[in-house]
Each structure stands twice: as structure tokens, then as C-alpha cells.
Design a protein around this ligand. Structure first.
Ligand code: ADP
Ligand code: MG
Ligand code: ZN
Length: 595
């Protein structure tokens, strides 16, 4: 059997299975529907009957819901309430106004009784037909999948995104201008004998603007932008991943010159190591991608852009010449980049003149473009809720907290015991940080719950730093464990409230030992992501030794935190007491404790 035929057969079985599943689902729906109908017949009152009963004075109670024409009525001689559908809520209300004055009980609900009450009943009665139709369309489409060139979407939209919409990233844009040029005037390059690049890989954290910049390239070159996400390839049924890749490139050939964008390429292009089921499936998809990329000639101006945030996961085959031989790192924005991003995203918003975008940029080190855009959007929502004329500084500050720690939950009831624990925990972080030279200043301490946190200590944002020293990391560990240390010291008990601190601290300590070579005993060796046989090089018990070193770092930090708190117990008590009274301490008030 040829490969092609085999795949078609495979697909056929798939369709059959799918159809059977759909038929079962449909049958179930029909049974449900018929049952419902029966019930409904017994319990509904026709509109004409309702009017009659009203005029006879047989109605005892009417219940309506805003925005719904389905009402509930209780008749005098009937046990159960019945539902009725009125032609219009307004006219029905005028109609019964008199009756209500005469003494019929009337209730108007603000929220719909159920979501179904809002769906007009005719839609519900058409549901089975709609499902049938959808089914036919699906089967039709699925059949088209196996055959060549059938299901096309030729009306691929061009994107309107331009380089100007991408803030910061000037160097990266500079590198990518060339690609725009290739797409616009390929002959200029081919005449010179230059080979047009086929693939560009964009590395960067989620939300740094990879998709945005890929779209901007297409927008600048005025070519179609065809995109697909790596996870879409693998979430499909077996065998379909590879065929989807084939189809994607078929489409690209028709639309060339164009951009093909593959998001989350690590989902299909992760290193081919083992031979487990899922892996083999990925391999087929990956192989197909490699075949396609090797296949198109330089006359077909197709540029494949791919994005990932896990470059170390990628199969080396993807990076060979003629494939993704260009790699561009998209960094998280620096101070200036953040300012530019904030400027772009505040353009379409009503921002008050009092708002200082520079200071927001300073306070948001480490935030990605997506997070910054999100903050401004949240600020707009908060300003609307607070009925402000424009978006004010306080709205933005609240938005930053909402995005970083979660929503303030003032309504949550907290016992006095928990409050005291949280107050000491947060005061512990704050006091310890204050005495650590490398740790940034405290901006706010609060015991008002936010998101999942019972309280929080916010620090002023770090400078944009490229390197972090060992001392700084050690002090970071002390600050992280300050909360737990205070619990232990004051209440002589410890709580689950420190779980996140412990998680972060363990990660920092592990990185210090295995990634940054900061352990004196083990030296500057990278132990991360090594296979077991590679680890054996460093001796039999290397795992134990690493564990001991990590533990030593944590233990020392915990002891230091407790030591600092013992020394400054007066401050700790004062701040915790103030927190219990006021719930929140800002930067200025916090600093006063130390004058
Ligand atoms: P990624 O693909 O890297 O995960 P996206 O490109 O999807 O990130 O970015 C998500 C959103 O964040 C964008 O739609 C945009 O609103 C905003 N954003 C991210 N980076 C930038 C940037 N450099 N300039 C302007 N907006 C940005
Ligand atoms: Mg993206
Ligand atoms: Zn904590």
C-alpha cells in the first residue's frame, strides 16, 4: 500500500468513528428534547389562556425576569407554578398594572432564572436541525481533508499591523526590515545571486510581541499572513498533524509571496528523543515540516516565521541551513521599551494628564508588552467602575496590583488569628528586606487578601539588571523566608501561607547551585537539563551533593532571617500591630518606622 493510500484509509476510519459518536450524541439530544417537551406541555400556559385566567381573577402570583419573555404564574386552584411566554414584557406589564394594584402578587427578578430562559424558545426548537446541519457540514469538510486542493480559504486577510505598532525592539525590527524587502522585491536579491532566507525563529517569553512583530512584517510587506499554532497540529487526531502541515504549505504556495507563522513551534519541533506514541506522532509532523521547508524553491517567496519560548527544547534539525537559520531573540522590554509600549497602548484610552507614564514604566521592570497592555486595559475598566472622568494614577496602580497579585478581596471574612498570622508574616518580609542592602525598598505592605494571597509585600521595582550577584541572591532568599521566620519567632508555629515563598526560594537556591555555579563546593558547573549519564561524569553521588548544597543555602537564609527579626523585634511588632489596625502601610509610613 502506498503511503498516501494508507493515510487515506486511516482518515476514513476516523470519519466513521466521528460520525458514530455524533449520531449517539444526537440521539441523546433528541431524547432529552422530547422529554423536555412533554414536561413543558404539562407546565405551560398558553398566552390566550393566561389572559383568560387573569380576567377571571384566577391568577395569584406573577414572576418576571428582566429581559426575558418567559414568565412564571401561579394559579389559585393549581398547586404548581406554570410558565408562559408573553409577546412583549413591556406591554404585558402595562396590561397587568391594574391587576397588581388589585392585589396580585408580582415579582420582578433582576437576573435571569437560568441561561435558558434567555434563549428564545424557537432557537431551542430548531437546535436538533441546526446540529444536523452542522454535522453535515463537518462531514463534508472532513472528507475534503484527505483530497488535494479542496478546502481552501483564499480570502486570507492581510494584516494591518505595521512596525510602528510594535514599540521598542528597534534592533530586532532593524534585522527584520530585510525580510520585508525580500518579500516585496525578491528579484532584486535573486538577481544578485542571494538566497532568500526561508525561516526565522523568534525566541522570547510569552507576551513579548513575537506574534505582533510577525504580523507587522506581513503588514509592512503587504503580503498574506497565514498562521497556525504548534499545539493545533498535535491536538488533532493521529495522522492529521502531518497532513495539516502539508495543507498549510499548499495554501502558502497559492498565496505566495506570503508569511507562514507557526506559533509554539516547540510543540511539534521538540527534540526527537524517545519513541513513545505521542513522540512518533510529533515526529511525523516535524518531518513533514522539514520536508516542506526543504521543498519550496527560492522563486516561491514564502518566509516561515516561528515562535517559541523554549528554544532549548527545539530539535537541532530545525536549525540547519535552509531551514530556520536565522534566530532573533525578542527580549522583555527595558525601561524605554516599556515607556514606548505604554504610550502606544494609551493612545486609544482616556488617560488623565496627571498620569506619569515614565513612573509607571519605572515601576514595571520585568513586565512584558502583553502585561503592560493588560494593565492599561484593566485601569480603563477600574476607572469606569469608579466613575472617573479619565484614567487616573490610582486606577493604574490598582491595575498593576490586580495583574501582579490578583484582585483585592475585602469581603473575605478572616479570623483574628489568621489576621495576626498574616500581619506578622508580611511584616517579617518587610522588616527583613529593610535590613538587606541589595533588596529593593518596600512600597506597600498589606493584609487585605488579594487573589489567592492572604496579604502581600510589594517592593519598588528593580532596576533593569543584566547580572545578579551571589550576595543579592542570598539576600533574596533571606527576604523570601522572612515571612516564615516571623511566624516561627512570634507565634512559635508555622503556616501554609508561606508555600509560595518556599517554592520561589527553592527555585532560586537550586538555580544558584545548578545553573549559576555559585556553590563553592561544586564549582562553576552547569548541572541543569543533563541526562543521567552526563551527570555520572561528576561522580556517583552528585545528586546528593547538589541537594545538600541547596539545603545549605536555604537553611542559612532562614537562620539569617530569624536572626534579623530577633534583632529588630521592636520594629516587627510595631509594624504588625499597625497592619492589624490599618490593614495597609504605604512606603512613606513604612519608612517612618525606621527613622
Ligand atoms: P507573543 O506572541 O510573544 O506571546 P504577542 O505578540 O501575542 O506576544 O503580544 C500580545 C499583545 O501584547 C500584543 O497584541 C500587544 O497588544 C502587546 N504587545 C506585546 N509586545 C508589544 C510591543 N513591543 N509593542 C506593542 N504592543 C505589544
Ligand atoms: Mg503569540
Ligand atoms: Zn510571604
Amino acid at each position: 500500500m502506498s503511503k498516501k493510500k494508507k493515510e487515506n484509509n486511516k482518515n476514513l476510519w476516523l470519519y466513521i468513528a466521528l460520525v458514530i459518536v455524533l449520531i449517539i450524541v444526537l440521539a441523546g439530544l433528541i431524547v432529552l428534547y422530547i422529554n423536555n417537551q412533554k414536561k413543558e406541555d404539562e407546565n405551560t400556559l398558553a398566552y390566550t389562556d393566561l389572559i383568560k385566567e387573569l380576567s377571571y381573577g384566577n391568577i395569584e402570583k406573577i414572576e418576571m425576569t428582566v429581559g426575558s419573555t418567559t414568565i412564571k404564574v401561579k394559579q389559585k386552584n393549581e398547586e404548581e407554578e406554570k410558565t408562559a411566554i408573553v409577546p412583549s414584557t413591556e406591554s404585558f406589564m402595562t396590561l397587568i398594572q391594574e391587576k397588581v394594584q388589585e392585589g396580585i402578587e408580582f415579582k420582578l427578578n433582576q437576573k435571569p432564572r437560568s441561561i435558558f430562559a434567555q434563549i428564545p424558545s424557537f432557537i431551542i426548537s430548531f437546535l436538533p436541525t441546526l446540529i444536523m446541519l452542522a454535522l453535515f457540514v463537518m462531514i463534508f469538510k472532513m472528507q475534503g481533508l484527505g483530497e488535494k486542493g479542496k478546502v481552501y480559504d483564499d480570502t486570507e486577510r492581510k494584516t494591518k499591523v505595521k512596525f510602528d505598532d510594535v514599540a521598542g525592539l528597534d534592533e530586532e525590527k532593524g534585522e527584520l526590515v530585510e525580510i520585508v524587502d525580500f518579500l516585496k522585491r525578491p528579484e532584486k536579491f535573486t538577481k544578485m545571486g542571494a538566497k532568500i532566507p526561508k525561516g526565522v525563529l523568534l525566541y522570547g517569553k510569552p507576551g513579548t510581541g513575537k506574534t505582533l512583530i510577525a504580523k507587522a512584517i506581513a503588514g509592512e510587506a503587504d503580503v498574506p499572513f497565514i498562521s497556525m499554532s504548534g499545539s493545533e497540529f498535535i491536538e488533532m487526531f493521529a495522522g492529521l498533524g502531518a497532513s495539516r502541515v502539508r495543507k498549510l504549505f499548499e495554501k502558502a504556495r497559492k498565496l505566495a509571496p506570503c508569511i507562514v507563522f507557526i506559533d509554539e513551534i516547540d510543540a511539534i519541533g521538540s527534540r526527537r528523543t524517545s519513541n513513545s506514541g505521542a513522540e512518533t506522532e510529533n515526529n511525523q509532523t516535524l518531518n513533514q515540516l522539514l520536508v516542506e521547508m526543504d521543498g519550496f524553491s527560492s522563486e516561491e517567496t514564502i518566509i516561515v516565521l516561528a515562535a517559541t519560548n523554549r528554544p532549548e527544547m527545539l530539535d537541532k534539525a530545525l536549525l540547519r541551513p535552509g531551514r530556520f537559520d536565522r534566530q532573533i531573540t525578542i527580549p522583555t522590554p527595558d525601561l524605554n521599551g516599556r515607556l514606548e509600549i505604554l504610550k502606544i497602548h494609551s493612545k486609544d484610552k482616556r488617560i488623565s494628564d496627571n498620569v506619569n507614564l515614565e513612573s509607571i514604566a519605572e515601576d514595571t521592570a520585568g513586565f512584558t508588552g502583553a502585561e503592560l497592555a493588560n494593565i492599561l486595559n484593566e485601569a480603563a475598566i477600574i476607572a469606569t467602575k469608579e466613575k472617573h472622568e479619565d484614567i487616573e494614577n490610582e486606577d493604574i496602580e490598582e491595575a498593576v496590583k490586580k495583574v501582579t497579585v490578583g484582585l483585592e478581596k475585602r469581603a473575605r471574612v478572616i479570623s483574628d488569628k489568621d489576621k495576626k498570622l498574616t500581619a506578622y508574616h508580611e511584616a517579617g518580609h518587610a522588616v527583613v528586606s529593610r535590613y538587606l542592602p541589595t533588596q529593593t525598598n518596600v512600597k506597600e505592605v498589606s493584609i487585605i487578601p488579594r487573589g489567592v494571597a492572604g496579604g502581600y509585600t510589594m517592593y519598588k521595582s528593580d532596576e533593569d539588571k543584566y547580572y545578579i550577584s551571589k550576595t543579592e541572591m542570598q539576600e533574596k532568599l533571606i527576604a523570601l523566608l522572612g515571612g516564615r521566620a516571623a511566624e516561627k519567632l512570634v507565634l512559635d508555629d508555622i503556616s501554609t501561607g508561606a508555600s509560595n515563598d518556599i517554592e520561589v526560594a527553592t527555585q532560586v537556591a537550586r538555580d544558584m547551585v545548578t545553573k549559576y555555579g555559585m556553590s563553592d563546593t561544586l564549582g562553576p558547573i552547569d548541572f541543569q537539563g543533563k541526562e543521567p549519564y552526563e551527570m555520572q561524569m561528576f561522580g556517583e553521588n552528585i545528586g546528593d551533593k547538589i541537594g545538600q548544597e541547596v539545603k545549605k543555602l536555604i537553611d542559612t537564609a532562614y537562620e539569617n532571617a530569624q536572626e534579623l527579626l530577633k534583632q529588630h523585634r521592636d520594629k516587627l511588632d510595631k509594624i504588625a500591630e499597625t497592619l492589624l489596625q490599618k490593614e495597609k502601610i504605604n512606603e512613606e509610613d513604612f519608612n517612618k518606622f525606621f527613622e
